[in-house]
Ligand binder design. Structure first.
Ligand SMILES: *Cc1c(COP(=O)(O)O)cnc(C)c1O
Length: 444
């Protein structure tokens, strides 16, 4: 029994000593997990594990258990990717969020009068200026904005929507489910590909509260299609004293291809337009509803508003992003990436190739389309280039997986056995670091 290698594993105290770690609960729990794993391996293999090897594994576990999330360098060319945090903030927006986080601010305090104010005031004037709407309210995400609009404005009555717009976004936002959760009765009209104004008109009855449009933001229906004109639909709603709700999803504040812009929907008569803060707007996760003063006021007064209102860091970052949209739009990273000039991308690719060459890795430029992603601009290919690397003798998928395991993870794509790195979504000032990560993985 004494030669059971499991009995020769070092103690927690010994491993703390070997790794010079203090005995706090986090490090002790990581050591216990490594020891449990070692014990399980030993049961199968009976091969002893050296103390130094265990200490190395503990150190690795400690490195992976930092105070933050693991940083990712995005070499995929997908600008807005929900799984990796959608929009990266601008320097200015991040600085404003940090300033709000680190100290006190006039979040709900009117410095002129010395009285309480509303946290929504900081965004109101910028949003009305940008969209032409009378008023605005900001909540935690667009799903919350749609939910608050429905629960406030329909109060258990019916909402008419086209069958072509009963969409699912990102796996968990399904329009019929949100409507059910808000107590709204869904009335579907038209067909998947064609819905006319007359279809909506026929469905309107004494219990109808609103018409809802949802932008099909992550797919396109092609061929024999028809949708009601937004202006005519808003007029129909108003003739019947109904509220016109328009969920734009991404919603652009500046003109971009294949995306309806918020201001034109406001002009076309929508009473509420909802959109995300962290899609094409390029700000923090937030949901924005703009529209008529009476309608927005009603939403702010609903008891659930309190549960959906955003925190000070979000508000500060969003205010900075909206301010930049008016003052320095080309400083917003999402905008830079979506509108990047192919010539500039080619120069970036050449710089990355030079960094790689200096480290002994050969690479070439190839044309590659980027996408906006994240439920925006479906079907629009952004013209650009990528850097292609032949990973042999390693396999491309093995390299791709290994690149995800570093202290800073690098995401790349694999195409025809090649590693493909899209420079559109990589920060220009970090190309040397990207080359270093690639070389380390490819050459060892
Ligand atoms: C993305 C999207 C939503 C959900 O927005 P979140 O900010 O992710 O909550 C709702 N509706 C549409 C049309 C969308 O594209």
């Amino acid at each position: 029994m004494t030669d059971d290698p499991r009995r020769q594993l070092p103690s927690v105290t010994r491993l703390l000593e070997l790794t010079s770690l203090p005995a706090n609960r986090l490090w002790v729990s990581l050591i216990e997990a490594e020891l449990a794993q070692a014990r399980a391996t030993l049961t199968k293999t009976h091969e002893p594990i050296a103390e130094s090897e265990l200490a190395r594994r503990v150190q690795q576990a400690v490195a992976r258990s930092g105070p933050g999330l693991t940083e990712i360098l995005n070499g995929t060319g997908v600008v807005i990717h929900t799984n990796i945090g959608r929009a990266p903030l601008s320097e200015r927006a991040a600085a404003m969020a940090a300033r709000a986080a680190l100290g006190y601010s006039d979040l709900e305090f009117d410095l002129l009068s010395g009285h309480r104010s509303s946290r929504q005031d900081h965004l109101q004037s910028l949003l009305t200026l940008l969209t032409g709407a009378e008023a605005a309210v900001v909540v935690n995400n667009n799903a919350a904005a749609v939910f608050l609009a429905l629960i406030t404005l329909t109060q258990g009555r019916q909402v008419v929507i086209s069958r072509g717009e009963l969409v699912e976004i990102g796996g968990s936002f399904r329009v019929p489910d949100i409507m059910a959760a808000s107590g709204t009765e869904l009335v579907e009209v038209g067909t998947t590909n064609r819905t006319r104004l007359a279809d909506y008109e026929r469905a309107i009855g004494p219990n109808t509260a609103a018409l809802l449009r949802v932008h099909p933001s992550n797919f396109q229906i092609r061929g024999f299609t028809e949708q009601a004109d937004p202006l005519a639909l808003a007029q129909l709603a108003h003739t019947h004293h109904l509220v016109m709700i328009d969920d734009l999803g991404s919603g652009s504040l500046l003109p971009l291809p294949a995306e309806p812009d918020v201001a034109s929907r406001v002009r076309q008569g929508a009473d509420v337009v909802t959109f995300s803060g962290d899609k094409l707007l390029g700000g923090p996760q937030a949901g924005i509803a703009v529209g008529r003063l009476t309608v927005i006021d009603q939403m702010k007064r609903h008891p659930l508003y309190r549960a959906l209102r955003p925190d000070k860091m979000t508000l500060a970052a969003l205010r900075a992003t909206l301010w930049q949209t008016l003052v320095e739009p080309d400083q917003i990273p999402v905008r830079q990436m979506v509108t990047a000039d192919p010539g500039a991308l080619r120069r970036q690719a050449k710089r990355l190739i030079a960094h790689l060459k200096r480290r002994g890795v050969q690479a070439s430029v190839r044309p590659k389309g980027g996408v906006a992603g994240g439920g925006s601009m479906p079907d629009v290919e952004l013209p650009g280039v990528a850097v292609a690397i032949d990973p042999r003798p390693k396999s491309a998928s093995a390299v791709q997986a290994e690149l995800r395991q570093g202290a800073v993870a690098l995401l790349v794509q694999v195409e025809g056995g090649m590693i493909v790195v899209d420079v559109r979504t990589l920060p220009a000032q970090r190309l040397a670091e990207v080359a270093e990560i690639l070389a380390r993985c490819l050459l060892n």
